[in-house]
Design a binder for this molecule. Structure first.
Ligand code: KIV
Length: 268
């Protein structure tokens, strides 16, 4: 794919068809967004991890729609090539009406090109309503951090046969409802491979093995800034790099070559 033409949904679909891996990272401000854009990142996610990374909160739950609109606007101003995706924060999509109103703010006020929501079967009608209004949607499956209290912690999802079958079904249902992309977090590699093969839309993994159509990491995790214990799927790309930009370029190269994630970053 050309290194300067703006990345669109169509570009990402073509990348899946042609077997070119999609490199995605989070960013929350214009300066990092510009650096990621220069370094060849295809999709920039303004994740609700801004709660922990920027605001110092203990989870993503306190993040508001206003917070996301603010950070998405900054990221969009720094970005020329990459597609910018906005996370829909906790409780910003409890009904079709609220989901549409809040997603509209992301597209109209921040000018992002896509929104992401953490999905179970309950979000099918919301994904469909967004698709009907022409709003590109990424459905986040597997570990859904906004449900951390319900899940009883940050745990790998889809490890037993019943939950694996349920996730395969949810991926299919959400795609039929109009999801343009799927994101799988903390899912065994075999299950992620099956979902990727059954899906017509690009599937991005974080802790979901090397066979997804692309990869995402939280920027501050892969730059070694985040303190404390990190999930096994994180790799510190600052090790062996002499600048932040070269660390990000190194990440893009490894994602494109499918050498990241390696087996030690993968769940079975
Ligand atoms: O909010 C975020 O940064 C995310 C990634 C972990 C995928 O959703």
């Amino acid at each position: 794919m050309s290194n300067t033409a703006p990345v669109t949904l169509r570009t990402l679909q073509q990348m899946k068809q042609q077997g070119e891996k999609i490199a995605m990272l989070t960013a929350y401000d214009a300066s990092f967004a510009a650096l990621l854009d220069r370094a060849g990142v295809d999709v920039i996610l303004v994740g609700d991890t801004l709660g922990q990374m920027i605001q110092g909160k203990s989870s993503t739950l306190p993040v508001t729609v206003d917070d996301c609109v603010y950070h998405c606007s900054a990221v969009r101003r720094g970005t020329h090539r990459a597609l910018v995706m906005a996370d829909m924060p906790f409780m910003s999509y409890p009904s079709v009406e609220m989901a549409l109103a809040n997603a509209a703010r992301m597209l109209k006020e921040s000018e992002v090109q896509m929104v992401k929501l953490e999905c179970s079967a309950a979000q099918e009608s919301i994904v469909q309503a967004m698709a009907d209004q022409g709003i590109p949607v990424c459905a986040h499956l597997g570990l859904r951090p906004q449900s951390v209290h319900k899940l009883g912690g940050y745990r790998v999802q889809g490890r037993d046969e019943t939950s694996a079958q349920e996730m395969l079904k949810q991926a299919e249902v959400l795609q039929l409802a109009g999801a343009d992309m799927l994101l799988l977090e903390a899912v065994p590699a075999d299950l992620a491979r099956q979902i990727t093969h059954q899906s017509q839309v690009p599937v991005i993994g974080i802790g979901a093995g090397a066979d997804c159509d692309g990869q995402v990491l939280v920027l501050y995790d892969m730059l070694g800034i985040t303190a404390g214990l990190l999930p096994k799927f994180v790799k510190n790309f600052m090790q062996g790099s002499d600048s932040v930009e070269s660390a990000v370029r190194h990440y893009v190269t490894e994602v494109k070559a499918a050498s990241f994630p390696a087996i030690e970053h993968t769940y079975s």
